[in-house]
Design a binder for this molecule. Structure first.
Ligand code: AMP
Ligand code: ZN
Length: 458
């Protein structure tokens, strides 16, 4: 079935045509590991996972590369601001290397909890300094670089189509928005290699033909995708914030170095998770919510996954605890219903077609969820057919339906409930209440029924 994807490059939904029949090249911009990922970042990363699952669902093999940024990213995506890694190291009085290792592991743990299919490779920028230096040398040879104030810059004016992804206004009006850097020949030029760091305590430095220093942030994605996916590949994903600077500069470097256009055929961008009044989530401040914080408040990572599935990736997703409660309740209802569906059955072809049409329509996950509920409510389908159909859908949704198990009530809880029943039969209400409290403390609810009692997990 045809797969349609909205391509930022053309601003159109297009039919997906892979470069090679054998394997698709997918590159997704990964985290900067100077802090925990917040749930906004995780919305973006979940979108990468849905994209990959839809490709796999369509029968493609996928080579997925996601980078770990552990050097070079300044707090502005341009060449201004503080060094993010250094900021993290200072905050925690650790070295940048310790910070990188700790938060990379934390990110991998988040991915596991959220039921991501792990990327084929998760390469670190600091493990690819040689490749980045080689890329600068190629650009230098082809006349796309210049040195100024100790740094090596990319000369954006050497490309006739610089800024095509973002449709940048390169005229006077557009230029006025950019902070002035006296070293730059043109406002849109950007740093490939820093030697004159404004950060005296910069912990990460490497020897290079351009002097001791470190790479500019955009370079790593070009160098690593070139290494693992080749000079041209199929799909590149990232947040919408990356369109005007980071992805624009990735394209400039890559196409200048190889001379092959387009570097990437399909550019997919996710909208943001927003708070009330459109406020953005930041990695500092009160609204910094992580997956662990959600867990502390009683939500599971899959509650958050379900919450994200409910809004199309190209629409802003408004976060509130009320909305997350809604997702949690729906997921619980789904799990309860699926647990009742036992027995063998067949995938229902009509619903499979409907579901495929929806996810293949630019990953319409909200509509796909609605189809899942339609299946559950269809009285004409047998329990076994419903079960098989939903397991098929879950290859895309990733809610772990296959592994659902009825929670076994531990013997000690059953014993307490039996003692409580006894106390009630003896009209010892005080003891019965004490026992109920004890059961609640263990995370179970006891309800009185005609037959005696029913135990449930909270
Ligand atoms: P960083 O770890 O800061 O490099 O950011 C990682 C990714 O998170 C980037 O691709 C951003 O586009 C994305 N991102 C940041 N804030 C949000 C948000 N509130 N909602 C969705 N994606 C976000
Ligand atoms: Zn990138």
């Amino acid at each position: 079935m045809t797969l349609k994807l909205y391509n930022t490059l053309t601003r159109k939904k297009e039919t997906f045509v892979p470069i090679k029949k054998t394997e698709i090249g997918l590159y997704t911009c990964g985290p900067t590991v100077y802090n925990f990922a917040h749930i906004g970042n995780l919305r973006g990363f979940l979108f990468y996972d849905f994209t990959k699952r839809v490709l796999l669902f369509n029968g493609f093999k996928v080579k997925h590369i996601m980078n770990i940024t552990d050097v070079g990213h300044l707090t502005s995506d341009e060449d201004q601001g503080e060094d993010k890694m250094l900021k993290g190291a200072k905050r925690e009085k650790k070295t940048v290397w310790e910070i990188a290792e700790f938060y990379t592991k934390a990110f991998q743990e988040d991915m596991r909890k959220l039921n991501f299919i792990p990327p084929s490779k998760l390469p670190k920028a600091t493990d690819h300094i040689h490749e980045q230096i080689q890329l600068i040398k190629t650009l230098e040879k082809k006349g796309f670089t210049y040195s100024a104030g100790g740094n090596i810059y990319f000369d954006a004016s050497k490309l006739t189509d610089y800024g095509k992804l973002a449709r940048l206004d390169l005229g006077v009006k557009g230029q006025a928005r950019i902070e002035k850097d006296p070293n730059k020949k043109n406002p849109y030029d950007f740093v490939l290699w820093f030697t004159k760091s404004k950060f005296q305590d910069q912990g990460m430095k490497w020897k290079s033909p351009f002097g001791e220093g470190y790479p500019g942030w955009h370079l790593e994605c070009s160098a690593m995708s070139l290494k693992y996916l080749g000079e041209q590949f199929d799909i590149h994903c990232g947040g919408i914030d990356h369109i005007p600077v980071h992805h624009t500069n990735e394209i400039a470097q890559s196409e200048a170095a190889t001379g092959k256009k387009p570097w990437v055929n399909y550019w997919l961008h996710n909208e943001f998770l927003v708070l009330s009044k459109g406020e953005k989530m930041a990695k500092s401040g009160e609204n910094f919510l992580t997956l662990s914080k959600l867990e502390e408040k009683g939500y599971t990572p899959l509650d958050y996954r379900y919450f994200c599935l409910g809004t199309h990736y190209r629409k802003p997703l408004m976060f509130s605890f009320e909305a997350l409660d809604g997702a949690k309740a729906s997921l619980k209802k789904l799990f309860d219903k699926v647990l009742e569906l036992k027995g063998k059955g067949k995938v229902n072809k009509r619903y499979l077609k409907q579901f495929t049409l929806e996810i293949n329509d630019d990953l319409n996950t909200p509509r796909a969820l609605a189809t899942m509920w339609e299946v559950l409510k269809d009285e004409k389908l047998s329990a076994g057919d419903k079960y098989s159909t939903l397991l098929g859908f879950d290859k895309v949704l990733g809610l772990g339906l296959k592994d659902l198990k009825v929670d076994k009530i531990p013997q000690e809880i059953i014993k307490l409930a039996e003692q409580r029943l006894q106390a009630r039969n003896n009209k010892d209400w005080k003891k019965a209440d004490e026992l109920r409290e004890k059961i609640t403390k263990f995370g179970y609810i006891v309800e009185d029924t005609k037959e005696g009692y029913e135990l449930k997990k909270e």
